[in-house]
Design a protein around this ligand. Sequence first.
Ligand code: HEM
Length: 194
Amino acid sequence: MAKLLGNLNYAIILGVLLLIVVMFGFHGTVMAEGYANAFFRYLHVLVGIMWIGLLYYFNFVQIPTMPKVPAELKPGVSKYIAPEALFWFRWAAAFTVLTGLVVALLNGYLHQALMLQSPYRLIGLGMWLAIIMAINVWFVIWPNQKKALGLVDADADTKAKAASTAMIFSRTNTVLSLPMLYCMVTQGLLGQVG
Ligand code: HEM
C-alpha cells in the first residue's frame, strides 16, 4: 500500500477508478441532463479547488512564513517549491475558467450570465470575479513572480518591486475569492437552473 500511495501517479489512477465506480455505480438513474454536464461541473470544481487551494497556500502559508525562514533556506522555497506551485496554480486557473464557461454553455445561460441578466446575475457576477482573478494570475502575478523568483533576469530593485506587486494582486484574488465562491455555490440553490 505504501508503494502504491507513495507514487502520485498510482494514487491518481486509484482515485480515478473510484470515481468511475461512483459515476456509473451509484447514480440509480442516468441523469436527464446527461453525463457531460455533470462531468464538466465535476472537472470545474476539481480544477477550481486546485487553483484556489494554491492561492490560499500562498496567502495563508508561504507569504506569512517566508520572513521567518533563515536566509540560507529561502532558496528551497523560491527555487523549488514556489515555481512548481505556480505551474499548477496558473494552469488550474486557466482550466477553471474554461470548464466554468463550458458548464454555463451546457446549461444554456452563458450569454445571459455574462450580461448579468436575471436569473443568472449571481453566477454571472461570480464568473466575472473569477475571470478578473484569472487575468490577475496570468498577466500580473505570473510575470512578476518570474522576476521575483529569478526565473528571468532582473536587478535587485526590479525583483523587490515585482515581489510586492505579485503579493498585492495575490491578496486581491484572496479578497475576491470570498464573494466569488458564494456566487458559485449559490446559483444552483436559486431554483432556476437544472
Ligand atoms: C471564470 C471562472 C469561472 C467560471 C466561468 C465559473 C462558472 C461556473 C458555472 C457556470 C457554475 C454552475 C452554476 C450553476 O448552474 O449552478 C459554477 C459552479 C461552481 N463553481 Fe465555478 N466558475 C468559475 C470559477 C470557479 C472557481 C475559481 C471555483 C473554485 C473552487 C469555482 C467553484 C464552483 C463550484 C463549487 C460550483 C458549484 C457546483 C455545483 O453546485 O454543482 N468556480 N461555476
